[in-house]
Each structure stands twice: as structure tokens, then as C-alpha cells.
Design a binder for this molecule. Sequence first.
Ligand code: ATP
Length: 230
Amino acid sequence: MIEVEGLCKRYGAVAAVDDLSFTAPPGVVTGFLGPNGAGKSTTMRMMLGLAAPDAGRALVGGRRYRELERPLRQVGALLETAAPHRGRSGDAHLRWLARSQGIGVRRVREVLELVGLAEAGRRRVGGYSQGMRQRLGLAAALLGDPAIVVLDEPANGLDPEGIRWLRGLLRGLASEGRTVLVSSHLIGEVARTADRLVVVARGRLVADAETSEFTGDLEDEFLRLTGGMR
Ligand SMILES: Nc1ncnc2c1ncn2[C@@H]1O[C@H](COP(=O)(O)OP(=O)(O)OP(=O)(O)O)[C@@H](O)[C@H]1O
């Protein structure tokens, strides 16, 4: 479970996140939607202890991220900024991460296979395509077999086959009872995967509902909610 309560974050004159509250329950995929600059990444960074809220709190599994012991075992995250060393192989990168969190090296093989990098894992990350780097980021997120998964724009860089694969992966994670929160600025894509949609615009919550409650043209609805259509 992820609980966001009255979360606020300002950068100078910009209210990046403005009194935001929502929950992401276990066992379902929650889509976190909003146009560019709506505050999705900032919210996720606060969930992961990478930015300090000005007010409010974000709890992962009932606690603040910074209070978690061996956090990779409880919360797996994919952020846009996380970039592994280009000279390392994917396998070496994951082994280094696993060691830092007391995770057995056998799990590295498992996650590389899970994301379709069993062969490519031995190659240097510098030679990876954008989609392969995204898959490696997903492998890192899943390394600790976490109950909570926070993914910022995971479909970025994936081709249509990769996007279909990602959909299955996310659904599988949710069906295992995990909490899955996935951000996107593309409602059409995320609505195909997510059971619930949390929509933000200018840092504020504008919708929080089951995906099935969004009727009609999803794109029109998204633009209406986020102020993109006048
Ligand atoms: N470190 C920072 N310093 C200054 N302003 C920031 C910083 N991080 C975010 N912002 C601003 O806060 C607002 C929200 O940004 P954020 O990256 O959270 O949005 P987003 O919904 O993730 O957008 P995108 O889909 O483009 O990634 C934007 O106006 C952004 O410019």
C-alpha cells in the first residue's frame, strides 16, 4: 500500500505538488497520470525519500521510505534519472546493487530472465538500446522481490512488443498481490493496464477512480481534466 497524504512541494514560485492525497492499494495496478510538469516525478521522488516534502507525507508499506531497513527488498523503483555506469555490464550493475542490499546473486539471473536480458546481461550497458536500458531499470526495481513497485514512465523507450510485454509484467506483479504504481503522460496506454487511475494537473489531484469509470474518449477526458482542452 502507498499512502500520500496532503503532500506539498514548492520549487521557488512553482507548486510542483500541491496538497496531494491518494492511495495505491495492493493487488492492483494504479496509473499515475498527468501532463508534463504535473508533479508526478516529484511525488514519486518524495515517496522514495529523494526529495523532502514541505508538508504532508508519503508512506510506503505504512512507513516513510527513509525508515525502511533494506529498502530495495520492500520498495522497487524505476526513476527517469537512474542511469547505470555505461562501462559496466547489466549483470555487473545488478550484482553490485544486490550486494549492497544483501540480496543473493541467484536473484540477478532471475530478474535478467524476467526482463528478457538473459543474454544481453553480459554486455556493456553503454551499448544498450533505450528499451534495453529501460528493461535493466525494471530488473533493478524487481531485484529485491519488493511488495511495492514504483515506476516512473516505464514504457519510455520500449517498442510496441516491449510495451505489450510490460503490460503483462505489471499485471503479473499486481496479481501476485503487489502494489504497483506506474506514471505516464499517455492515458491510452496506461488505461489498458491500470485498474485505477489517479490524475494530477499542476500538482493537484483532478481524478481518482476505477479505470472502468472513465467512459467515452479517454484522451478527451484526460485533456478536459488536466485543462488541456478549452
Ligand atoms: N529540482 C527541481 N528544481 C526546480 N523545479 C523543479 C524541480 N523538479 C521539478 N521541478 C518543477 O516542478 C514541476 C513538476 O515537475 P515533475 O517533474 O514532478 O512533473 P512530471 O509530472 O513528472 O512531468 P514529466 O511528465 O514531464 O516528467 C515542474 O514545473 C518542474 O519544472
